[in-house]
Design a protein around this ligand. Structure first.
Ligand code: GYE
Length: 340
């Protein structure tokens, strides 16, 4: 454990409430990091600065809780939690702040892939290991310690493989199929990877047509709004693929309002990503047909990496979390054992 003259702040909270960050983006950016109380630095503890993306989805909440439950005082950590508030510039600013405090480690979940080169270089020059978790960056891998998260492209491929298999079993293999995609945040590696996997696999089916592929920013509200617009333009949708569960829940509301039926007994086949608790409930009712799992429980692997570094060991530069695909058919079997 390093000895550093720093304040071991337990939490840094960049207030996510809209009342405090309303107004222009400029105002948001200029706003100082607000700290909700702190504890004196104690060299017994390893100080971890964790920069989260924000609170855009239920997946994110489960992921944040995982860090808070993993990096506890009892286990020897001071966790400095920073809410990026869905603002990449705020995340960069927070990283500057953590570097100047001299934290022991930074765990970064970057909202978007681009724009990290300079600040990663600064962390490296300051000898602070940076672990990327969940989403990745476009910067050179030599600038950070490792990346831990999901194989987003494979998730996209798996979603379409399930669809092809389902349509074949329904005797619809040669039918013209119209698809709509709700994409996540632009520039986010989860969006880039899933979209790439989806498009690659969809292009193998010449009778499948993408009617619309629009950004819903991973939020339930935007998923609903975007789907409302899509339903104004397109009446004959066979498949809706949403790049996370929350956008799907929003889109389901929009479909219900327009009397468009969906799910096992409906007109629109529904596929999404994450496989959170509510997705399991909706798969069991047949509203949601598939949710490709994206595991938010990443903190344990991050802790393992930190322990390895503390012990002077090499760490693997890329580490994937375990994931599977759940459907309306098997959701009941697995729902009781789900942890998020
Ligand atoms: O699918 C979505 C979240 O980056 C994998 O971000 C994550 C995605 C997740 O907000 O729900």
């Amino acid at each position: 454990m390093k000895k550093k003259l720093i304040l071991g702040l337990l939490f840094i909270v960049i207030t996510a409430g809209c009342t405090q960050c309303s107004g222009t983006e400029e105002v948001t950016y200029e706003k100082k990091l607000a700290r909700s109380g702190g504890v004196s630095y104690d060299e017994k503890y390893i100080t971890i600065g964790f920069i989260q993306t924000g609170k855009e989805s239920d997946w994110r909440d489960a992921n944040t809780r995982d860090y808070q439950n993993t990096f506890t005082k009892e286990k020897g950590y001071n966790l400095i939690y920073i809410d990026g508030n869905s603002d990449a510039r705020r995340q960069v600013k927070a990283m500057h702040d953590l570097i100047s405090q001299g934290v022991d480690y930074i765990i970064l979940d970057p909202i978007v892939e681009d724009g990290w080169d300079d600040i990663l270089k600064l962390a490296q020059d300051s000898k602070i290991p940076v672990l990327l978790a969940d989403r990745g960056v476009s910067a050179d891998p030599s600038l950070y310690t490792c990346w831990i998260g999901s194989d987003f492209k494979t998730e996209g491929v798996n979603a379409v493989k399930w669809l092809a298999d389902y349509l074949e079993k329904q005797g619809r293999k040669s039918e013209d199929i119209n698809l709509v995609i709700l994409e996540g945040t632009k520039g986010a590696s989860a969006t880039i990877g899933r979209t790439e996997g989806l498009r690659k696999e969809i292009s193998r089916h010449k009778n499948w047509h993408i009617l619309a592929s629009e950004c819903g920013n991973f939020t339930q509200g935007e998923g609903k709004a975007v789907m409302e617009q899509i339903l104004e333009k397109h009446k004959d949708i066979d498949v809706l693929i949403s790049e996370n569960d929350n956008m799907m829940f929003g889109a389901m509301k929009a479909m219900t309002q327009k009397d468009v039926s969906y799910g096992v007994d409906g007109d629109v086949i529904t596929i999404s990503f994450d496989a959170l608790g509510e997705a399991f409930e909706r798969m069991m009712t047949g509203e949601l047909m598939v949710s490709v799992e994206c595991n938010p429980l990443i903190a344990g692997l991050c802790e393992k990496v930190i322990r390895q570094i503390e012990a002077g060991h090499e760490v693997a530069p890329v580490q994937y979390v375990q994931e599977s695909v759940f459907t309306y058919k098997n959701a009941g079997e697995y729902s009781k054992d789900r942890k998020y």
